[in-house]
Design a protein around this ligand. Sequence first.
Ligand code: HEM
Length: 141
Amino acid sequence: MMKTIHSYWAYIVLAVLIYTVVNAIIGLTQKKEFTHKEFRLGLFTLITSHIQLLIGLGWYFMSPWFKALKANGGEVMKESATRLLAIEHPLTMVIAIVLITMGWSKHKKKVKSEDKFKMFAVFYGIALVLVLSRIPWRNWF
Ligand code: HEM
């Protein structure tokens, strides 16, 4: 159940994250004004990613990957497929969500539109690269 929700919720997280990053890069390069739309977009990405974090953590501690890690950590680490699910994916996603949270709070302290867009482009952008690099694509599709 948790795994299924995590799997479907990932589509929403990925879609809004990509949209926010692309929108921020366009806003930055075309010197657009940072409006309420951008504010809501950034907030929506923050909220959906935090929900994914909670679902992910919930599933992780029930998952066979965590049990295997506790029982036989060495074997799990040796195999790249199990290492991805037991360590790399959870850890990288937590870092990505921390970056999103930092980007959100930093953008609020900025006054100029350009600086606000920059915070989203950089922090949400790095988070996106991290997320894309450690999604277990083979399991997902
Ligand atoms: C931006 C955040 C995240 C995204 C986009 C994401 C996305 C995904 C996707 C697409 C899968 C594959 C699902 C499938 O096999 O159908 C997956 C699996 C998994 N995720 Fe995440 N995830 C995120 C955060 C987290 C976090 C924070 C944790 C735990 C701390 C976590 C734990 C797991 C685990 C344990 C699996 C393996 C599921 C299994 O095959 O048993 N995820 N995640």
